[in-house]
Write a protein that binds this ligand. Sequence first.
Ligand SMILES: [Zn+2]
Ligand SMILES: [Zn+2]
Length: 326
Amino acid sequence: MLPAAPITRCHRWLTPLVTVVLAGCAGVSNDSTVARPGRSMELVVLGTAQDGGLPHVGCERPCCARARRQGRELYPACLAVHDPATGALLLIEATPRIEPQLALLHELAGAHDRGRRPVDCVLLTHAHIGHYLGLAHFGKEVASTDSLPVFCSPRLAGFLRAHGPWGQLVKTRQIALHEVAPRVAFSPLQGLTVTAVPVPHRDEYSDTMAFKLRGPNKTVLFVPDIDSWQQRPGLLDELLDGVDVAYLDATFYDGRELPDRDLTKIRHPLMVDTMRRLATRAKAHPGALRFIHLNHTNPALHDAALVRDLERRGFRVARRGERVAL
Ligand SMILES: [Zn+2]
Ligand SMILES: [Zn+2]
């Protein structure tokens, strides 16, 4: 067990009921944010899209052209944990859109004047651009954090130490890497236990972890990127074991969004396949299985009828600003 990250600041919940509805496709977009004061530790969704977000660099198709016209933006998949009792904040993934995501987190948490400690610790799943590039903002040129604890696998830690600009963050002690062993619970924040479960993914620079986050009352699974559920027998059961709410890789819906690609070569489970596997569970626990990390082309970001249909079957598409009491 690694020591819990030091919690040096205390912030009381100051934000009254706030409702912010951002521009977007009514009923479909992940653009609504509802903040409610709460007493218990809670998980907050700060981003729902694939690494490139929406709109996507270089995409001129209707999905992104319309989003640009409407000023609609979805950030890459990202979660946070907030403990109102201590004001502690944990960020899960450091995405390229970390600035507005942290601003949203601070607004929702009523966190003010955090200065050089915008969060108390960070968890990273793997070294693909949507998941860790935001670390750069903790460097000297921007937030200049002081030994901010960053929890990740030993292989990802080795990659960060060995390659610029990340190695500089370690050398100058802007971040402090904490290596987490697979399946060994650790506690990055008081009252929160996290277990990293290795998952198969195209692992060029690092391996890839899913996280199980166990609060006082509830357990949440976060598995934004995985090649397939069946590559390792029993993996999906292991991931979902003891979990109350699961955020699952939903990069692609059924392949229609990639007309030129060979479906057998897509390295993500299709949403329709995941829904087939988990149909009974979704019916028994409506709202417990939620999709995240949606590609800009995924029709579940653009087609309200399709979303209503999957909701009827007990599934959900994650929305920015949604919360789960832990
Ligand atoms: Zn990704
Ligand atoms: Zn990835």
